[in-house]
Design a protein around this ligand. Structure first.
Ligand code: ZN
Length: 226
């Protein structure tokens, strides 16, 4: 499996399918690509905030890709002419050669896009089984049920927010790694804007105090292979 970080919480995960997660690209100040550059089979959106929903509609339409999001947000994508799949927390969707399990996330989720004022379901995280098994936490605070996610899945990788302010910070994210026990942890959702400026090396050193997990710090546009 190949994982490419596109800055903020956007990743392209290439396993059995090419899965684009939280494609905030065009307006993303640190994005190394433009939305037109991206090819994918599936688009996943963890919640309705603009810095996660991003260019999901245009990218999905251009690629003929299905969009996965929590039920209410999936209905919005359907209304925009996309082919959407809307499971809910605790459920698994089978798409192509991948299983996508929806987890909780402790975060707000009102969408801030035209045509979807107010509630867009809840914020979620995702466990994607597509050759390898990876967890994308979405935006979330630290919560103890991450222990359950670590028990349910043998995670090859976990992508975790570390920027603080809107989500957990580097120290809390290290505690998340301790509960999740992935082989590899990749930090995200930091250094996009001033409120979430963070040194990812802090995350790495905190993780090393707690568990064996390898931390891979990527630059926007950089890929890692498992
Ligand atoms: Zn958010």
């Amino acid at each position: 499996m190949k994982i490419t970080w596109l800055g903020h919480s956007a990743f392209l995960v290439e396993g059995n399918d090419r899965i684009l997660i939280d494609p905030f690209i065009g307006e993303n100040p640190v994005s190394p690509v433009s939305p037109e550059d991206l090819s994918c089979d599936i688009v996943c959106v963890t919640h309705g905030h603009g810095d996660h929903l991003g260019d999901a509609v245009s990218i999905a339409k251009r690629n003929g890709a299905k969009i996965l999001a929590v039920f209410e947000l999936a209905n919005y994508f359907e209304s925009q002419g996309c082919e959407a799949i809307g499971p809910n927390i605790g459920g698994t969707a089978r798409i192509g050669g991948s299983n996508i399990f929806m987890t909780r996330a402790d975060h707000s989720a009102g969408a801030d896009v035209e045509g979807l004022a107010g509630a867009a379901g809840v914020a979620t995280g995702l466990v994607i089984e597509s050759g390898k098994t990876v967890y994308h936490a979405g935006d979330t605070a630290l919560f103890g049920d991450m222990r359950l996610i670590g028990k349910l899945f043998a995670l090859d990788a976990a992508m975790l927010p570390i920027g603080g302010f809107y989500t957990m910070d580097a120290v809390q994210a290290a505690m998340a790694v301790e509960m999740l026990r992935p082989r590899v942890a990749i930090p995200m959702h930091y250094n996009t804007w001033p409120p979430i400026e963070t040194d990812p090396e802090r995350f790495k050193s905190e993780v090393s105090k707690l568990v064996e997990t390898e931390v891979r710090i990527l630059k926007p546009g950089e890929a890692t292979i498992f």
